[in-house]
Design a protein around this ligand. Structure first.
Ligand code: UD1
Length: 418
C-alpha cells in the first residue's frame, strides 16, 4: 500500500466539490443487477471500493464502462450468482450483492465480506431477515449458500437498524410479488438514495427516510440514469480537517441537512458555519471542547465522522468525551494520535480527549478508512513532516484525497507501493 508524506501546520483554505456518495453507490451498483438493461450512474466517485464493485459486476457477467464521472452498467448478460472469496474479502459492501443476487437468480454463493476492522461485523441481521422472507441460508466450510423458491410477502422487524441489512432486504423484496414491510429500517440518507434509484427503475416503494419501508415487488425493472447524492462523510472529513488546521473552507455539492449532527458539534466547538443551497462553509479561528459526542444511527452523530472529528478535537482547548455506540472496536486511530502528542485516555468504546495546543509530526499507519483520514487530519495540523503508511485504506473511500487537499494549500504527496 502507498503512503502520504504530509508537511503540516498550515490552515486549509479553499473550495472543494464533494463527489457522489460511496455508501450510496455500492448498494446502487448491486441493484443494477435487477434491471437487466443499462443503468447510467452519474457523479460516480473514483475510489477503490467502486473498482471492487465493478470487478464483482464484471465477474457476474455484467458489462461496465466508465466515461468520466459516469459509470454505465449493463446487466443483461449477467449469468453467475457466486462471488469468489478474494473479491468478497476486499470490502464490507460486497455483502450488498446478496439481496440483489437472490432477487435476480433466486440463489447466491459467497463468503464473509472483508472491510475495515471495527470489531465484530456479523451478518446475522441480513440472514435472519432474508430467512424470514423465505430464503434458506447456511454456511458450509466458510461458504454461504443461499436459495429461495419464492420470497413471501411479509413484515420483517430488524432488531437494530443496520444499514447493510436494510439495503439487502430491500433488494431481495423487489422480486417478491406482493408487499414486504421492513420495520426498524435504517434511516440513513443513502437508503433513500437507493430507493430513489430503484424508483427511477420502475420499482414501487414507500417510506423513504422513515423507519418503515414498504416494497411492492414482482415488477420488472428497467434501466435508468441516476445522479448520486453527495458524500456526507467526505464532506464531514474535509470540515474536520479545516477545523483542525484553523482554516476556512467552502464545500460545494453538499446537502447541509445531512451534515447537521456534525456541523452542530463544530459550531459548538467555535467554528462559524454557513449553509447555502447545496453549499456549506466553515471558518475556524479557535476550537474548544464540546459536550459528549455519542455516535448513533442517523440522524445521530455518524460513526464514520467519529475519528475525523476526534482528530480535530485533539487540538481544541478543553476536553471532549466520545462514545462509540455503533461499532464495538472503532478507536484504532487513538494510539497513533497519542504518538503525535494527543492526550487521549480510551477504553474500547469511550475516549476522553483533552485538547493540546499543538500536535507533533510522526510516522504512523492507517488501520482503516476513517481512522486513516483522521490521522491525515492530525498530520495536516501538526507542524513538520509526517508519514502516513498504509494510505491505501483512504483511497478506498476518498477520490484524489491528496490532490484535493493540495488545492486548499496543504502539502501532501501520495507515493504508491511503499
Ligand atoms: C454502513 C456503512 C458504514 C457505516 C455503517 C454505520 C456502507 C457501505 N457502509 O456499514 O460506512 O459506518 O453503515 O452507519 O454503507 N450488525 C450486526 N449484524 C448484522 C449487521 C450489522 O450485528 O447483520 C452490527 C454491526 O456489527 C455494527 C452495527 O450493527 O456494530 C452497524 O452495522 P451496519 O449498520 O450494518 O453497518 P454497515 O452496513 O456494515
Amino acid at each position: 500500500m502507498g503512503q502520504y508524506e504530509i508537511i503540516g501546520g498550515s490552515p486549509l483554505r479553499g473550495e472543494i466539490r464533494i463527489h457522489g456518495a460511496k455508501n450510496s453507490v455500492l448498494p446502487i451498483l448491486a441493484a443494477t443487477l435487477l434491471c437487466e438493461s443499462c443503468c447510467v450512474i452519474e457523479d460516480c466517485p473514483y475510489i477503490r471500493d467502486v473498482d471492487t464493485a465493478v470487478e464483482i459486476l464484471e465477474h457476474l457477467g455484467c458489462r461496465v464502462q466508465r466515461r468520466g464521472s459516469e459509470l454505465t452498467v449493463d446487466s443483461t448478460a449477467a449469468n453467475r450468482w457466486e462471488i469468489p472469496p478474494q473479491l468478497m474479502g476486499k470490502m464490507r459492501g460486497a455483502i450488498l450483492f446478496l439481496g440483489a443476487l437472490l432477487s435476480r437468480f433466486s440463489q447466491a454463493r459467497l463468503s464473509q465480506p472483508g472491510g475495515c476492522p471495527l470489531g465484530d461485523r456479523p451478518i446475522d441481521l441480513h440472514l435472519g431477515g432474508l430467512g424470514h422472507m423465505g430464503a434458506r441460508c447456511q454456511f458450509r466450510d466458510s461458504v454461504l449458500y443461499c436459495q429461495v423458491d419464492r420470497f413471501c410477502p411479509s413484515t420483517v422487524a430488524l432488531p437494530f437498524p443496520s444499514v447493510g441489512a436494510t439495503e439487502n432486504l430491500l433488494l431481495a423484496a423487489l422480486s417478491c410479488p406482493g408487499e414486504t414491510v421492513i420495520c426498524n429500517a435504517a434511516r440513513e440518507p443513502e437508503i433513500a438514495d437507493l430507493m430513489g434509484f430503484l424508483r427511477a427503475c420502475g420499482a414501487e416503494l414507500r417510506g423513504d427516510g422513515s423507519s418503515v419501508l414498504r416494497i411492492r415487488g414482482g415488477k420488472k425493472l428497467r434501466g435508468c440514469r441516476y445522479r448520486l447524492m453527495p458524500d456526507r462523510m467526505e464532506a464531514a472529513t474535509y470540515l474536520a480537517a479545516a477545523a483542525a488546521t484553523r482554516g476556512e473552507l467552502l464545500l460545494k455539492n453538499v446537502r447541509p441537512e445531512h451534515l447537521r449532527a456534525v456541523t452542530n458539534v463544530l459550531q459548538e466547538a467555535g467554528c462559524r458555519i454557513w449553509e447555502g443551497s447545496g453549499e456549506l462553509s466553515l471558518h475556524c479561528h479557535s476550537l474548544r471542547g464540546v459536550s459528549p459526542i455519542r455516535t448513533a444511527p442517523y440522524d445521530g452523530f455518524p460513526t464514520d465522522a467519529q475519528a475525523p472529528v476526534m482528530a480535530a478535537m485533539a487540538t481544541a482547548e478543553g476536553t471532549t468525551v466520545f462514545e462509540e455506540t455503533v461499532f464495538s472496536d472503532r478507536m484504532g486511530h487513538i494510539p497513533a494520535l497519542c504518538a503525535m502528542g494527543a492526550k487521549i485516555s480510551a477504553a474500547k468504546r469511550c475516549a476522553v480527549v483533552q485538547g493540546v495546543p499543538r500536535l507533533k509530526p510522526a510516522r504512523a499507519c492507517a488501520t482503516d478508512l476513517r481512522g486513516g483520514a483522521a490521522l491525515a487530519i492530525a498530520m495536516l495540523a501538526a507542524p513538520g513532516r509526517s508519514i502516513l503508511r498504509d494510505a491505501g485504506h483512504i483511497c478506498r473511500g476518498y477520490e484524489r484525497f491528496d490532490a484535493i487537499l493540495r488545492t486548499c494549500g496543504a502539502q501532501i504527496q501520495y507515493t504508491e507501493g511503499l
